[in-house]
Design a protein around this ligand. Structure first.
Ligand SMILES: C[S@@+](CC[C@H](N)C(=O)[O-])C[C@H]1O[C@@H](n2cnc3c(N)ncnc32)[C@H](O)[C@@H]1O
Length: 299
C-alpha cells in the first residue's frame, strides 16, 4: 500500500506512516496495539519511545547493543555541540560541494528514506526538497535530538530496515554507511526497499585518500569502539563493487572536502582556502576527506 507521510505537525503520529512500516527486514505488517506496535499474526511487540517506533531486529523490543550504537548513544548528548565546528564545516560543505549534488539528485524526489540520520542535521536540509521523508537511526538518543523537525523518525538498524519492499524512490545516507559492519547485508536491504530504478545516494568518509589515513590514528584513538577496520572499508572502490554486486548502476562518484570535522570557525575558513586550492590540483583532488556515490537499482 502506498502512503503519504503527513509531516506538517512537529512529531508526526505513527498512524500517519504505519502503512510503510514492517517488522525489521520487512517480513510482517504492524498494528498499533496499546502503547506500542505489534506484528500481525504474531506476539512480537515493538515499543514507541516518545512517539518513535523502536523496530530493531531483536526478539521483542530490545535494541541490539553494538559498539557503534553504544558510542553514538553516549555521543548524542554532546553531538550538536562537539560537532559545532563540523556543523560549520558541513555548512561550508553544503555550500561548496554537497548542495550541488543534493540539487541534482535529492530535490524533487518522491518518497525518501534517510538512514543513519543521527540528530537530523541533514534531515532539515532534505525536508523542504522532497515530497515525503522518513528518517532512521539505531541510536535512540541521537534520534531524540531530531524530534521537532516534523519528519517521522524510526529507531532501526540499516542492516534490517523495517519497511515494506519497493517503498522508496530515494535512499540517502550521510557519513553513516561507513559504520555499518555488514555492508553487503545493508545493500541487500537497500535493494529490497527501493522501488525499481530507485536511487541510492551516499556521502561518506574517504579512506581511499591519504588525508583520512593520516588523521585516522588520532581519529580512532578516541573512537576505538567504532570498528576502525570496517570504517576504513569506506572507499570509492569498495562502494562501487558493492553497488555492482547488488545490481545498482553507478551514475556518479566524487571525492571532495579538505575541511576536517574538528576545526573551529577560523579553521574552517583557513581549510576552506586549502580546499579551494587543492580541489583544482588534479593529483590531490581524489585524496580528500569525503566521498560521494550514487546509482539506481536495477530490478
Ligand atoms: C557520524 S553520525 C552521522 C549522522 C548524520 N547522518 C549526520 O550526518 O549528522 C553516524 C550515525 O550513523 C548511525 N549508525 C551507525 N551504524 C548504524 C546502523 N547499523 N544502523 C542505523 N544507524 C547506524 C549512528 O547511530 C550515528 O547516528
Amino acid at each position: 500500500m502506498q502512503a503519504t507521510i503527513k509531516s506538517s505537525v512537529e512529531c508526526p503520529d505513527v498512524s500517519t506512516y504505519l502503512p510503510l512500516l514492517r517488522t525489521p527486514g520487512g517480513a510482517k505488517d504492524l498494528l498499533i496495539r496499546g502503547s506500542g506496535l505489534q506484528a500481525r499474526d504474531s506476539s512480537d511487540e515493538y515499543p514507541l519511545v516518545d512517539g518513535i517506533p523502536v523496530l530493531s531486529p531483536v526478539e521483542h523490543h530490545k535494541v541490539v547493543a553494538t559498539d557503534v550504537q553504544e558510542y553514538y548513544d553516549k555521543e548524542a548528548a554532546v553531538y550538536n555541540n562537539t560537532h559545532g565546528s563540523e556543523l560549520r564545516g558541513t555548512q561550508y560543505n553544503i555550500e561548496k560541494h554537497y548542495g550541488r549534488l543534493f540539487e541534482k539528485y535529492v530535490r524533487g524526489s518522491g518518497t525518501v528514506l534517510e538512514f543513519g540520520a543521527g540528530t537530523g542535521r541533514f534531515t532539515k536540509v532534505f525536508k523542504p526538497m522532497v515530497r515525503s521523508l522518513i528518517a532512521t537511526d539505531f541510536s535512540m538518543p541521537m534520534l531524540l535530538k531530531a524530534r521537532g523537525i516534523g519528519v517521522p523518525l524510526v529507531c532501526a538498524d540499516t542492516q534490517a530496515l523495517p519497511f515494506a519492499s519497493n517503498t522508496f524512490d530515494l535512499l540517502v545516507g550521510i557519513t553513516t554507511f561507513s559504520y555499518v559492519p555488514n555492508k553487503a547485508k545493508a545493500m541487500a536491504e537497500f535493494r529490497r526497499v527501493l522501488k525499481p530504478n530507485g536511487r541510492l545516494l551516499m556521502l561518506d568518509q574517504n579512506f581511499g585518500g591519504f588525508v583520512m589515513y593520516l588523521v585516522s590514528g588520532y581519529y580512532f584513538q578516541s573512537r576505538k569502539k567504532t570498528r576502525p577496520t570496517e570504517v576504513k572499508e569506506s572507499t570509492i572502490t569498495n562502494y562501487k563493487r558493492l553497488f555492482q554486486e547488488n545490481s545498482f548502476t553507478v551514475d556518479q562518484t566524487e571525492v571532495f572536502s579538505w575541511v576536517p570535522h574538528t576545526v573551529q570557525a577560523v579553521g574552517t575558513k583557513l581549510y576552506g582556502v586549502l580546499d579551494s586550492v587543492f580541489s583544482h590540483v588534479p593529483v590531490l583532488r581524489g585524496q580528500a576527506m569525503r566521498l560521494f556515490i550514487t546509482g539506481r537499482v536495477q530490478k
